[in-house]
Each structure stands twice: as structure tokens, then as C-alpha cells.
Design a protein around this ligand. Structure first.
Ligand code: RTP
Ligand code: MG
Length: 156
């Protein structure tokens, strides 16, 4: 965007089961705040098979899909709505490439390099487009799609 409050954007971030169980949540939230994101909403939840499958529906025909669902349901996840200018692309940049092993080489300061293990256990999720972000925020927070930001802060 060209700047100004109108370019504020929201994205859906998630600390995956390996991140939560590895006690990376506080570190990741510090990185998020340091990078000037506002954590608009957060929720610690355990995904069931149906919810994890629906969230990653775009991958349902992939060979890794059953493994992905098993991974994503293996423990609690921390789901967050993040807000800043260019939130979608900035959060994707901060988390780094999908494969945490590759991230450790190509993007050593990325969150996946710091906290992830491999191609599957990569610690965090980020919406890949503004339309994905809108869908994913609705998926978890039906009441926080758009509108008055200040009133939503009260729900933290
Ligand atoms: P995410 O959606 O979780 O932010 O990850 P991403 O965009 O970087 O990668 P995507 O292609 O959307 O894949 C979703 C998640 O599936 C797992 N995965 N496993 N070949 C494999 O075993 C494989 N490929 C992907 C990862 O957990 C990945 O983040
Ligand atoms: Mg993805």
C-alpha cells in the first residue's frame, strides 16, 4: 500500500503443536511484537481431525495430507490474528520457507529456522494471501473479520 491507516492488514498466524510443546510460544510472541505486529486476538486450542482437515482443505489430495492432519492434531496450537501494514507478506517473510531444514541455511533468522525441525514440523503457520487470511480468520474467529479494531482488543 501507499501508507496510512487504510493499509492496515490482518493475517492468521498459528504456533503449531511442536512449537507449543517445545515452549516456543513466548519467544515467538516476542518476535511478533518486536516486528511491530499487533496481536489482535489469540486462542489456545486443540484441533480435532475434522477441524485440521478443513483448515488445510487445499492440501487434501496431497500424499502428505494424512501426516499433516496427524501432526496438527498431536497437541494444542496457539492461533493468533496479527495486524500491521502488509501483515500477510510480512508474517510469511518472518516465518521463512516451509522446510525448516532449508530455512536454517537460507533464512537462519526466520522463525522456522529457529523453532522448526523439518519440512513437516515447521513450528508455525501463516496465511499465504489476503484472501486466505480472510478465510482463515473467519475459520477460527467468526467475529473478527473486519471492523472496529479497538473494540476487538477488549476481547484479549
Ligand atoms: P502453512 O500453510 O502451514 O503456513 O505452511 P506453508 O504455506 O509454508 O506450506 P504448505 O505448502 O501450505 O503446507 C502446509 C503444511 O503441510 C506440511 N507439509 N508437509 N511433503 C511434506 O511432507 C509436507 N509438505 C508440507 C507442513 O507442515 C506445511 O507447513
Ligand atoms: Mg500454506
Amino acid at each position: 500500500g501507499s501508507g496510512g491507516a487504510s493499509s492496515l492488514e490482518r493475517t492468521l498466524a498459528m504456533i503449531k503443536p511442536d512449537g507449543v510443546s517445545g515452549n516456543y510460544s513466548d519467544l515467538i510472541k516476542r518476535i511478533i511484537v518486536e516486528a511491530s505486529f499487533n496481536i489482535v486476538k489469540e486462542m489456545l486450542t486443540l484441533l480435532d481431525e475434522q477441524t485440521a482437515s478443513a483448515f488445510y482443505l487445499e492440501h487434501s489430495s496431497r500424499t502428505f495430507f494424512p501426516h499433516l492432519v496427524t501432526y496438527m492434531t498431536s497437541g494444542p496450537v496457539l492461533v493468533m490474528v496479527l495486524e500491521k501494514r502488509n501483515a500477510v507478506s510480512d508474517w510469511r517473510g518472518l516465518i521463512g520457507p516451509t522446510d525448516a531444514q532449508k530455512a536454517k541455511i537460507s533464512h537462519p533468522h526466520s522463525i522456522r529456522a529457529l523453532c522448526g525441525k523439518d519440512l513437516q514440523r515447521n513450528c508455525v503457520h501463516g496465511s499465504d494471501s489476503t484472501s486466505s487470511a480472510e478465510r482463515e480468520i473467519k475459520f477460527f474467529f467468526k467475529d473478527v473479520v473486519s471492523g472496529d479494531v479497538a473494540s476487538q482488543h477488549d476481547e484479549l
